[in-house]
Ligand binder design. Structure first.
Ligand SMILES: NC(=O)c1ccc[n+]([C@@H]2O[C@H](COP(=O)([O-])OP(=O)(O)OC[C@H]3O[C@@H](n4cnc5c(N)ncnc54)[C@H](O)[C@@H]3O)[C@@H](O)[C@H]2O)c1
Length: 437
């Protein structure tokens, strides 16, 4: 390559990535600490933070994290080939109306053993939860006490913006991402207040009932140029006003609802049935779960939010409109039952009624005794690192390519893909585009 003024200018930039088919993309380097803020410091968040701390001390490997252990098609490790922030550079913070800090949250959640927690307890103890913006109307089963004593929603948003600024300056971060690990809120449909940034801001000022706490966090994040990732099925950034804000400020957003447990299994098995053109008559899914999330989801209004994100996956994988004789008449039922003895160790049963040659019926049973937060924690890590990567690559608005991680992927055109293998291809294609050259 001859040295043109343009290439000289590029050479001055520390990270340059190119795509063989698209324009070169310059990715700003991942220099300095990356703040990871989680509204919600419960089972998932504390398991994620403890796991990263254990991985950096070499105590436990980051199993389940594509960013740390996955490879691109040429065999190179993603974390070497793509200019990601290093685990050593992550600093953690968050908000919670109950947990005082990440160590207490981890102990309450009971996901990790005392011996694993002991290895990182000093560090975990220092991750103190900030007072939350919380309203019990949205999460009836929780009684928050560590809550900001501010009633105006507009002032709550300003207080969260101040929290972010304070966190960044005390930790020396000029890059921060926010991953919602808070509870699932009561079900809601979008309303007029969610239409534009102006209507939303007016709604904050008039304390509109349709604005939930998670939306106030998202607004604060986007106004602070902090990417927002939604791990719960709440509407949060799946709203026209948030899309407009993310586009205007060119900030990445993504969601919704971490794909773990039963939906993970569903999006692994269903593409296989479809690949062999086997028919499906019904899919009955039921879970028992005994952690705080299970307790919150025991309320019908909160479960309805979760149900709507879980039900959508089969249709987009099976495409009944193309194969009505195989997938045109499917009964799909999802249940979650709160059962305290199981704690975070969820058990999910699937009874799948399929049919084959000449229409003969067959049954598949899946009994997945999983650990909810063990499956979710590596997703928080990947999403934090990839959202930061997207921001440095100048890619704002909805990150369709992160659909791999979600039960109900948010997309820019409203046409989600749920087949996990197709989703993985898109992740790798995007990482290829932003890899180091
Ligand atoms: N664990 C999984 O596999 C999984 C999968 C998909 C989605 N999720 C979702 O992730 C979220 C976290 O799950 P979890 O198992 O850690 O639940 P959890 O109940 O242990 O933690 C959630 C925390 O959020 C806090 N919280 C509630 N409202 C808040 C607010 N307004 N501001 C700040 N904090 C708030 C609660 O006090 C609680 O500590 C839930 O919404 C859950 O549905 C979890």
């Amino acid at each position: 390559m001859t040295n043109s003024p343009e290439s000289d200018a590029r050479a001055a930039l520390p990270e340059e990535t190119t795509n063989s088919t698209a324009e070169p993309t310059v990715v700003r380097p991942a220099s300095g600490p990356l703040g990871v803020l989680t509204p919600g410091m419960g089972a998932v968040s504390s398991t994620f933070i403890a796991g990263v701390m254990s991985a950096r001390s070499g105590h436990k490997p980051p199993v389940g994290s594509l960013s740390q252990t996955g490879r691109l098609d040429d065999g190179s490790l993603i974390r070497d080939a793509v200019p990601l922030a290093s685990l050593d550079d992550l600093v953690f913070g968050g908000w919670d109306p109950i947990s005082p800090n990440a160590l207490e949250a981890a102990r309450t959640a009971g996901v990790l053993s005392e011996s694993d927690l002991n290895q990182v307890s000093g560090e975990l103890d220092r991750v103190v939860a900030m007072e939350a913006v919380f309203d019990q109307r949205w999460v009836k089963r929780l009684d928050g006490t560590r809550v900001k004593p501010i009633t105006s929603k507009w002032d709550q948003a300003l207080a969260l913006i101040d929290d972010i600024e304070r966190f960044n300056s005390s930790n020396g971060c000029d890059r921060t991402v926010m991953v919602w690990c808070g509870s699932t809120e009561a079900y809601q449909e979008p309303s007029d207040v969610h239409e534009t940034i102006t209507s939303f801001e007016n709604g904050l000022k008039s304390d509109d009932d349709n604005i939930s706490p998670s939306q106030i966090y998202a607004y604060a994040a986007l106004q602070s140029d902090v990417p927002f990732i939604n791990g719960a099925p709440n509407l949060t950034v799946d709203l026209p006003c948030m899309r407009q804000l993310a586009r205007d400020r060119n900030v990445p957003i993504g969601g919704k609802d971490f794909k773990t447990g039963q939906t993970l299994m569903k999006t692994i098995v269903a593409p296989g049935l479809k690949a062999r053109m086997l028919g499906l008559r019904g899919w009955y899914s039921t879970n028992i779960l005994g952690n705080r999330d299970g307790e919150v989801l025991d309320d019908p209004e909160n479960f309805k939010t979760k149900e709507s994100s879980k039900l959508g996956v089969l249709e987009t994988i099976l495409q009944p409109e193309d194969h009505p004789e195989l997938y045109g008449n499917v009964d799909h039922v999802v249940r979650i039952n709160y059962y305290p003895p199981r704690g975070d160790n969820k058990e999910g049963w699937d009874a799948i009624d399929i049919f084959g040659w000449m229409g003969y019926p067959m049954e598949i049973k899946i009994d997945f005794s999983c650990r909810d937060s063990i499956l979710a924690a590596p997703l928080v890590l990947d999403l934090a690192l990839f959202a930061d990567l997207a921001a440095r690559a100048g890619s704002g608005d909805v990150q369709d390519w992160l659909g791999f991680y979600f039960k109900a992927p948010q997309t820019s055109n409203g046409a989600p893909v749920n087949d996990i293998f197709a989703q993985l291809d898109v992740v790798k294609e995007t990482l290829e585009r932003w890899r180091r050259r």
